[in-house]
Design a protein around this ligand. Structure first.
Ligand SMILES: Cc1cc2nc3c(=O)[nH]c(=O)nc-3n(C[C@H](O)[C@H](O)[C@H](O)COP(=O)(O)OP(=O)(O)OC[C@H]3O[C@@H](n4cnc5c(N)ncnc54)[C@H](O)[C@@H]3O)c2cc1C
Length: 407
C-alpha cells in the first residue's frame, strides 16, 4: 500500500484537527456520543450508522489506496484523525473489516476477490469477524486444528470441506463473513500447513454459540464448522501459505496498540468522575490516595505518548519498526487497566450493582450516585482483555526479552 502521501506542516495538521472536530460535532448523534462517553455498549445499528456517516465524508478507510477511496494522508494526519475521533467519544470505526481483512485483500487478494469484497466493506454491506484462535490454539496459534480438506463436487467445482471450531470470535453474531486460518496439510511443520480462507457465515454447517463475558457483554462467540463447504476461489494466497498472511496483519496498526488517545480519554473520564465526588468533606481530586494514583497515571501516559511519538518519527525517517513496538502494546494496555481500576475505586460500592439494561442506555443515576457508576465495573472487566488480545503480556515479554534484549 505504498503511495505518495501529502506532507503535513504543524499548521495544516492543526487545521485538519479543527475540521475533524467540526465534522464529529455535527455528524455524531448525541445519544451515541453519550453512550461512548459513559462506557456503554453501542449497538450494531449505531456503529453502522456512524460508519456510514464517515463513508459519506470519505473518511471510513482513509489509509486505503486511492483506488479504494483512500485519502493519501500522512501517518501524522491519520494519527491525528484517529485521536480526534476517540477524544470526541466516537464509536470504533470498523476495526476488523477496515483494519484487518481490507488491507489483507488489497495486498494478497486476487483481482476477483478485491472486486467483490472491497466495495462491500466500503458500503458496509459486509461485517467481518476474525477466526484465528481455537480452544487449544491461542498464544501458540500455529497449533490450530480446524481442518480443511479439498473435494470435487459432482458438478466439477472444487471446495474445501471445513471442520473444527474457532473461539473468542469477537462480534461473530453480527458477521456476514469470517476469515479463518485452517489446516490444509497435517504432515508439514505447523506453520507450513495453514491456509487463509474467506467463509460466508450463511454457509450450511456453521453454528455460532454466544460466550457472554464476566462484563456481561456479548462480545465473544465460539464458531463451529461442521462439513462447511468453501469454494477454493475463497482462499487468499497459495495453499499452505496462510501463515505469512496471518502474521502480516500484525504489521497494521502496530503503533496504535499503545492506545494513547483512548488512554487520554479514559483518564479524562476519571478526572470528570473525581470532580463530581467528595470524600471526608474534601474534593476527591485533593484526597492524597486519589491524587497520588491519578498523577502517577498521568506521568505514565505522557511517557507513553512521548515514546510513541519517537517511534512515529523513526517511521517517518524511513526506519524499520522492529519488535520493540511490543513494548507500546504492553505499556498502553496495562495503563488502561490501571485507569479503569482507579475509576472503580473512586466510584466505590455504587459500581457493584449489576444491571444489564444499564449497559445499553444511560440510566438516571440513584440519588448521590454518579452517571458513570452503572457501567464502571463492566468497563474495567472489558479492559482486562486488553493485555490478552493481540498477543498477551507474557508473550510480549518473551518477544522483547529474546528479540530486543537478546536474552
Ligand atoms: C478482547 C479479546 C478479543 C478477542 N478477539 C478475538 C477474535 O476476534 N478472533 C480471534 O481469533 N481471537 C480473538 N481473541 C483471542 C486472543 O487472540 C487469545 O485470547 C490470545 O491469543 C491468547 O490465547 P488464549 O486465550 O488461548 O490463551 P493461552 O494461549 O492459552 O494463554 C493462557 C495464559 O498462558 C500464558 N502463556 C501462553 N504461552 C506462553 C508462553 N510461551 N510463555 C509465557 N506465558 C505463556 C498467556 O500469556 C496467558 O496468560 C480475543 C481475545 C480477547 C481478550
Amino acid at each position: 500500500m505504498s503511495e505518495s502521501v501529502i506532507p503535513d506542516s504543524e499548521a495544516s495538521l492543526r487545521d485538519f484537527r479543527s475540521e475533524v472536530r467540526a465534522f464529529v460535532a455535527q455528524a455524531l448523534p448525541h445519544g451515541v456520543r453519550e453512550k461512548v462517553r459513559l462506557g456503554l455498549e453501542v449497538s450494531k445499528d449505531e456503529m453502522i450508522d456512524w460508519q456510514r456517516r464517515l463513508a459519506e465524508r470519505g473518511w471510513l478507510a482513509p489509509h486505503w489506496p486511492r483506488d479504494w477511496q483512500g485519502q493519501g494522508w500522512s501517518a501524522e494526519r491519520r494519527a491525528a484523525f484517529q485521536e480526534e475521533l476517540v477524544l470526541a467519544h466516537a464509536p470504533e470505526t470498523g476495526g476488523i473489516s477496515i483494519e484487518m481483512i481490507g488491507p489483507i485483500l488489497i495486498r494478497y487478494g486476487t483481482p476477483a476477490q478485491q472486486q467483490y469484497f472491497l466495495p462491500r466493506i466500503l458500503n458496509l454491506e459486509h461485517w467481518w469477524c476474525q477466526g484465528y484462535s481455537e480452544p487449544n490454539a491461542g498464544s501458540d496459534l500455529a497449533s490450530l486444528k480446524t481442518r480443511a480438506v479439498r473435494k470435487t463436487r459432482p458438478d466439477g467445482t472444487e471446495v474445501y470441506v471445513v471442520n473444527g471450531s474457532k473461539i473468542w470470535t469477537s462480534y461473530a453474531q453480527y458477521a456476514d463473513w469470517i476469515f479463518c486460518l485452517v489446516r490444509t496439510d497435517t504432515g508439514a511443520r505447523a506453520q507450513q500447513g495453514i491456509s487463509f480462507l474467506l467463509v460466508d457465515m450463511r454457509s450450511p454447517g456453521i453454528g455460532v454459540r454466544p460466550l457472554v463475558g464476566i462484563h456481561g457483554w456479548h462480545l465473544f462467540n465460539q464458531v463451529f464448522f461442521d462439513d462447511v463447504e468453501v469454494p477454493v476461489e475463497n482462499r487468499v494466497g497459495d495453499e499452505n501459505a496462510g501463515w505469512a498472511i496471518a502474521k502480516s496483519l500484525l504489521e497494521h496498526e502496530r503503533l496504535n496498540l499503545a492506545r494513547v488517545a483512548e488512554n487520554r480519554r479514559r483518564l479524562a473520564k476519571v478526572r470528570a468522575i473525581a470532580a463530581e465526588l467528595e470524600e471526608s468533606g474534601q474534593p476527591l481530586l485533593l484526597r492524597p490516595w486519589f491524587a497520588r494514583r491519578y498523577r502517577e497515571l498521568e506521568v505514565r501516559l505522557e511517557a507513553l505518548a512521548a515514546t510513541v511519538l519517537r517511534f512515529r518519527q523513526r517511521a517517518r525517517a524511513g526506519a524499520r519498526l522492529g519488535p520493540e513496538t511490543g513494548m507500546l502494546k504492553l505499556l498502553g494496555s496495562r495503563l488502561i487497566q490501571d485507569i479503569e481500576n482507579l475509576a472503580v475505586d473512586a466510584l466505590g460500592p455504587g459500581t457493584l450493582a449489576y444491571d444489564r439494561a444499564a449497559h445499553f442506555e444511560p440510566a438516571t443515576p440513584q440519588p448521590g450516585q454518579s452517571a458513570y457508576a452503572a457501567a464502571a465495573s463492566a468497563r474495567r472487566f472489558v479492559t482486562r482483555g486488553y493485555t490478552i488480545a493481540g498477543g498477551s503480556s507474557e508473550i510480549q515479554h518473551e518477544l522483547l526479552a529474546k528479540q530486543v534484549l537478546g536474552l
